[in-house]
Write a protein that binds this ligand. Structure first.
Ligand SMILES: Nc1nc2c(c(=O)[nH]1)N[C@H]1C(S)=C(S)[C@@H](COP(=O)(O)O)O[C@H]1N2
Ligand SMILES: [Mo]
Length: 318
């Protein structure tokens, strides 16, 4: 495929959340007996517009969709998850994470910054206007989704804490709550889950901190109340339920890169030409669709992100 043809494709606001998905989800949850008052209240929280009334004035620069114009359903996005602190079984993460306490919550932003700060979640939502970003998400395991996130550019938060000139990388840390996460003391994973970006990657317009999806607050299984989304990288970079962001001078150790450096590179840019040692990365299964589709270089965001990697050997720095 000619990579020049891969561009971000605009999507019409009215396509974003067909009313029937929104309603059928409620019915589904009710039938399953999942919905406590808390969940109902959260999804009707003030300030969140019901998806079927989504205003057309939302920022649209990064509304991109997949090759066949379909969003992954809310049920699939929230029912098929990777969140290893709870379980390695994708289909029961939602149940296991159901009682994860995500309020009150705060995020410490520390390290090489002039203005270190602990933000409460309320302060974050107040300070940074939430916008919609529809992104492809490609897991390193070979499946993908198209997800309508709500969030804001990480760049805005980083600018507010003013990284010093020594800051070159950003380290992110997930919450680790053994009493609430069944797999927290796993021998296989050296939790807390850590991830990192080079500072210029973290400052890129496409990099967001997400606080919602389908215009509702993030559910715990998707990384409530705040998680990273870096759409041109494999999904494992998009760390969930963040409690700390540190500006650091050197490339930080990260969970997957520490466990298996030959399989999971620090950069982890989606690249159909660089296979995982145990499987091809040339194609992917779009959840909800039959068959496989070609994986796009940089997950379809090459035009936007290639300037970050000028002169870099992408096979060596995979
Ligand atoms: N803390 C934490 N963050 C995580 C993970 C995890 O296990 N723990 N899994 C990662 C992986 S492998 C993927 S593919 C995405 C999945 O995000 P989703 O479940 O919201 O689709 O989250 C990433 N972030
Ligand atoms: Mo993943």
């Amino acid at each position: 495929m000619d990579r020049k043809q891969i561009r971000s494709v605009p999507i019409r606001p009215e396509e974003i959340t067909p009313k029937h998905i929104y309603q059928s989800r409620r019915q589904f949850l009710k039938n399953m007996g999942f919905v406590g008052m808390g969940a109902l209240l959260a999804s009707c929280a003030p300030g969140l517009t019901p998806p079927d009334e989504l205003p057309t004035g939302l920022p649209t620069d990064f509304r991109t969709d997949n090759m066949n114009n379909l969003l992954t359903s809310y049920d699939a996005i929230t029912g098929y998850c990777n969140f290893y602190e709870f379980t390695t079984d994708k289909e029961t993460v939602d149940e296991k994470a159901q009682d994860f306490v995500t309020s009150p919550w705060s995020v410490a932003v520390t390290g090489l910054v002039e203005n270190p700060r602990i933000f409460t979640m309320e302060e974050i939502l107040e300070a940074y206007e939430q916008e919609e970003r529809i992104y492809r998400m490609r897991c390193v395991e070979g499946w993908s989704m198209v997800i309508p996130w709500m969030g804001f550019p990480l760049q805005k938060l980083l600018e507010d804490v003013r990284p010093t000139s020594e800051a070159k990388f950003v380290l992110f840390e997930s919450a680790l709550v053994p009493g609430q996460m069944d797999n927290a003391n796993s021998d296989l994973f050296p939790f807390p889950y850590l991830e990192g970006l080079r500072l210029d990657e973290a400052m890129h317009d496409l990099t967001i901190l997400a606080t919602g999806l389908y215009n509702e607050p993030l559910p715990p299984q998707n990384g409530a109340p705040i998680r990273l989304v870096v759409p041109w990288k494999y999904g494992f970079k998009s760390i969930k339920s963040i409690v700390r962001i540190s500006l650091v001078p050197d490339q930080p150790p990260t969970l997957w890169n520490t466990i298996a450096p030959n399989e999971y590179g620090f950069y982890a840019n989606v690249n159909p030409d660089v296979d995982h040692p145990r499987w091809s990365q040339a194609t992917e299964r779009r959840i909800g669709d039959a068959g496989r589709i070609p994986t796009l270089f940089m997950n379809g965001y090459a035009e936007e992100v290639m300037p970050l990697y000028e002169g870099m050997d992408l096979e060596e720095n995979f």
